[in-house]
Design a protein around this ligand. Sequence first.
Ligand code: ADP
Ligand code: ADP
Length: 226
Amino acid sequence: RQVIAFHDVTKIYPLDSGDVTALNHVDVEVVRGEFIAIMGPSGSGKSTLLNMMGCLDIPTSGDVFISGQNIKTMNDDQLTELRRDVLGFIFQQFNLILLLDALENVQYPLILKTGETGCTKRCMEVLEAVGLAPHLWHHRPGQLSGGQQQRVAIARALVNDPEILLCDEPTGNLDTKTGMAIMDLLTQLCREQGKTIVMVTHDPRIAEYADRTILIEDGKIKEEIS
Ligand code: ADP
Ligand code: ADP
């Protein structure tokens, strides 16, 4: 089953200095449980592609289907709901809330969704699943290593049990060994929990973890490597 589909998608940013075509008639299909890497030079359209999968950007023309729904037909509330329930986001800079401890960071999206704070059990469950040792659960991001912070961020992305994980350079801020451990975790989430993962990376060794690499250049898909 397809969880992400782009049909003839073009994205044009109108600028004073002239229009920029960030995506140029792009077709992409991702099936459930697939692990995809997106690679390409700087300015080739990787972020635009990922942002559109994350419903942060709307195509200028063409259709984007996320979990079977055409995002063009949805209003802002529906898009917010889709982002919250179907998508999990993982970033290069972790983007954790510095004043909250690990457990509270994971709790945060659940509170946004339900308005309740009493969901500690679920948060402990996902922190365990990402391999963060319990003695670190009350540490703030500043007291954690980069790899530990990324585990917290992955737990936060998982807490609402999303179908799709979108990762923007998830190992970009980590040393090689820690990055590989994080990639092992993402692979495990894909293989064992059936998560669909789309990851932007510039590192070919990191892309090797994926089932398929989409190579993008000048807003066009240049090649797909399985
Ligand atoms: P990448 O992630 O591969 O570096 P991007 O998707 O960020 O590429 O950018 C693709 C092209 O679109 C670039 O020329 C970039 O400058 C342009 N672009 C991206 N986002 C915007 C935006 N919000 N406004 C104007 N131009 C943009
Ligand atoms: P990265 O490649 O590290 O993901 P980018 O440089 O591609 O970072 O883009 C960072 C953010 O800035 C993205 O949200 C992108 O849409 C936006 N952006 C990129 N180029 C432009 C631009 N020319 N004008 C406005 N926003 C841009």
